[in-house]
Design a protein around this ligand. Structure first.
Ligand code: PEP
Ligand code: MN
Length: 265
């Protein structure tokens, strides 16, 4: 592993470069699980931007447990992300599932996301490391911290040093009340092991929107550099991850609360 000073990852967005890192302002990434249609993605982008988010998240290619579940709109959703980017000035973060899609995703995305299920996909990690967009590397749902850091090494060793580590909850013995166990202890642990910026995703971490605000605040208290929050204009109609999505109004309230305790949002 690499030791030493904390590093920054600078991401260029239409509104200018946004730095991620220990000594930088907290960066908020928000948006729906999936890009569903133009109206919802543009509306969500404008709302989260007005509340202080710097990045819009939204999946075009979705890694679903069931092959019969909504798989994302694919390439057509990339055009919708481009429209939302244009309308809001936000940076775009979206997942790459297949290395064959990297180029076209990188035309609209400012950060390429590697999802939890692909953290161990070493050929994808090598290919994503060989291009120059910053990478958001989610922790595999059963990955140890060493395995996660080695996945980051795959990307860096391939030539891309701009990796952000995102904790999104791990599988433990009890998923009855929360979808995953959000491992907030990784914040100080990662600080001692790596210079890379840290993101916490309390939406996938808990699976329930009711639990998102308190875990977002706990993550800030623990020293996270950024947060990823799922926001949907109508969660009960969402095509994926509705139960863990905040409405734009609830997101506004969360951002107000975070501003009180956070590094300047
Ligand atoms: C997501 O960000 O919507 C997602 C699929 O996350 P994860 O890979 O953490 O499950
Ligand atoms: Mn999701």
């Amino acid at each position: 592993f690499r030791h030493g000073e904390a590093s920054q990852v600078f991401v260029s967005t239409p509104d200018g470069a946004v730095p991620f890192g220990e000594h930088e302002p907290l960066v908020i990434v928000a948006g729906p699980c999936s890009v569903e249609n133009e109206e919802m993605i543009v509306e969500t982008a404008k709302r989260v931007k007005a509340a202080g988010a710097k990045f819009l998240r939204g999946g075009a290619y979705k890694p679903r447990t069931s092959p019969y579940a909504f798989q994302g709109h694919g390439e057509s959703a990339l055009a919708l992300l481009a429209a939302a980017k244009e309308a809001s000035g936000l940076g775009i973060i979206t997942e790459v599932m297949d290395a064959a899609d990297i180029e076209k995703i990188a035309e609209v995305a400012d950060v390429l996301q590697v999802g939890a299920r692909n953290m161990h996909n070493f050929s994808l990690l090598k290919k994503i490391g060989a291009q120059d967009k910053p990478v958001l590397l989610k922790r595999g749902m059963s990955a140890t911290i060493d395995e996660w850091l080695m996945a980051a090494e795959y990307i860096m060793a391939a030539g891309n040093p701009n990796v952000i580590l995102c904790e999104r909850g791990i599988r433990t013995f009890d998923s009855r009340y929360a979808r995953n166990t959000l491992d907030l202890a990784v914040i100080p642990v990662l600080r001692s092991l790596t210079h890379l910026p840290i993101m916490i995703d309390p939406s996938h971490g808990t699976g329930k929107w009711e639990y998102v605000p308190s875990m977002a605040m706990a993550a800030i208290a623990g020293g996270t550099d950024s947060l990823m929050i799922e926001v949907h204009p109508n969660p009960s109609k969402a095509l994926s991850d509705g139960p863990q999505s905040l409405t734009p109004d609830r997101f506004d309230r969360l951002m107000t609360d975070l501003a009180v305790i956070g590094k300047a949002v």
